[in-house]
Write a protein that binds this ligand. Sequence first.
Ligand code: CP
Ligand code: NVA
Length: 308
Amino acid sequence: MTHFLDIHKTDPTDLQEILSSAQRMKNARLGRPKGAKDDTLPLAGHMVALIFEKPSTRTRVSFDVGVRQLGGEPLMLAGHDMQLGHGETIADTARVLSRYVDLIVIRTFEEAALLELAEHATVPVINGLTNRSHPCQIMADILTFEEHRGSIKGKRVVWCGDGNNVFASFAHAAGQLGFDLVFSGPETLDPEAEAVEFARSKGVTVTIERDPAKAVEDADLVVTDTWVSMHDSDTTKERRHNQLRPYQVNAELMRHASEHALFMHCLPAHRGEEATNDVMDGPNSVIFDEAENRLHAQKAIMRWCLAV
Ligand code: CP
Ligand code: NVA
């Protein structure tokens, strides 16, 4: 069974193959209406269950559209409408869904739920975000970086803000694809050691730099994300805001970075908090390319999982 659970669990050769396939499919669709199907329909006859236990705009729509472009049938399922949200086990849900559909995408809270689903499903499972990682996002981000700047290998990616799930997937990608990573944020919101250790074990440099102005020097890419993730408790919001304010990505901070440094944000953004409008809408921002590339990257991930 070929699941796409995390970037560090996927062979680097497969990651490269997924990125190339995404780029090929993107190029082949240039100028076409969004609703047009691709020339080849590798998902024809395939049902894809899309389970969301948390809100989503990009992941939900890009998977839905991507399945249709590839000739398949998406089935959108809100976690709270399923028996899963009312006491049925994940294992039983996995066994049942595997009798109806060919592929399952899930956005959930605990990573354990994703892993249990994958263990009991007899069809591939794709991670659409958990509290710990967001691999589909980072595949789209790498695709975006490479479209603008060529290979990410050997480049320097600087993260400003919360050491969250999106950062963890960047750390996994750094190890697998060979780029250096700098984390700049308060010690209380440091990333999980496991993701950082994974990257370091692959020979890349992961640096912690508390001074954001120093951190962004020589950056090829500056990235941030919301200060309060969907799984964070609301009671920590004010404390997080106070701690993260010095790490806001604004024009002043970007003056310390080189002119060629791209800016990314996976969105949704809280404009004026983690990043200001001048950066979000500035010349180095590629935030909407990232959003578009979710579609192309995920189509490639689904094809890879199903070997079609
Ligand atoms: N970036 C991202 O995953 O967005 P959604 O939460 O809208 O899916
Ligand atoms: N870190 C954010 C990403 C949203 C796409 C969250 O988990 O809420």
